[in-house]
Design a protein around this ligand. Structure first.
Ligand SMILES: [Cu+2]
Length: 114
């Protein structure tokens, strides 16, 4: 399925190894970024569409994995999840210069650290 992440709603706090298995038909990436407490995903989507200015709503990205269609990354992205914090998983790829980013096609997921 393209333009969606299959991930749990919550994960245990501490070190979590994220992998990316691309079951879609186009290339994708997985960016993991911690959200500030006041961050609202709907606002992020509005801001990013306009001018990519939502840095004040997030931490620095923890890292990025990429996978071509049908590929599972051989490596993983280790993130130290803070209890109570929300993390945004997103893909910023575009299928063409004029296309919406995958984020705006719904390719994001909020995961809470419990
Ligand atoms: Cu994507």
């Amino acid at each position: 399925m393209d333009y969606a992440f299959d991930a749990p709603d919550s994960l245990p706090a501490g070190e979590v190894a994220f992998g990316l298995e691309n079951r879609g038909t186009v290339a994708h990436e997985l960016i993991v970024v911690g959200l500030r407490p006041e961050a609202d995903v709907a606002e992020i989507l509005r801001r990013d569409r306009a001018d990519s200015t939502w840095r004040h709503l997030r931490d620095a990205p923890s890292g990025i994995l990429t996978a071509d269609s049908g590929v599972r990354t051989p490596g993983s992205l280790l993130v130290n999840l803070e209890r109570g914090k929300r993390y945004l998983l997103l893909c910023n790829f575009q299928d063409s210069d004029s296309a919406l980013t995958h984020l705006h096609l719904g390719m994001f997921r909020v995961v809470s650290a419990r």
